[in-house]
Design a binder for this molecule. Structure first.
Ligand code: ZN
Length: 122
């Protein structure tokens, strides 16, 4: 797969509910439609807790990580909030890619800072 293909899509409103969403590539290779905002990890439903791996900028399922390493905030799949988008989210359409990480850069930076402070504390 082309390396450039791992760039996130542009943030765009869901055509069903208008929520800002973004396509991100999972570390496992497939693409998922996420909400373009962060949620408190503790309040998130099981199976809907994801984070961006800083180095690869791909999304990992926090359920696969040790709980102690979970960030305070996480990404969530949009289809959990918007069942109407479920059919859309099954297939990743070729959305335009961001030339730079304009909308998500801050999210990634905060995730990285959170990880670093956890390392210092541990
Ligand atoms: Zn929606």
């Amino acid at each position: 797969m082309d390396q450039a293909d791992s760039r996130p899509s542009v943030v765009a409103p869901c055509k069903h509910c208008g929520t800002d969403t973004v396509w991100l590539q999972m570390a496992y290779g497939d693409w998922r439609l996420f909400e373009a905002r962060m949620y408190p990890t503790e309040e998130s439903a099981a199976g809907n807790r994801f984070a961006i791996r800083r180095i690869t900028r791909q999304v990992i399922d926090l359920e696969d990580e040790h709980e102690a390493r979970w960030p305070a905030k996480c990404l969530q799949l949009h289809r959990f909030h918007c069942p109407a988008s479920h059919d859309d989210s099954l297939f990743h359409q070729r959305r335009p890619r961001q030339p730079h990480d304009i909308d998500l850069e801050d999210m990634w930076r905060r995730l990285a800072e959170r990880k670093q402070s956890q390392r210092r504390a541990g």
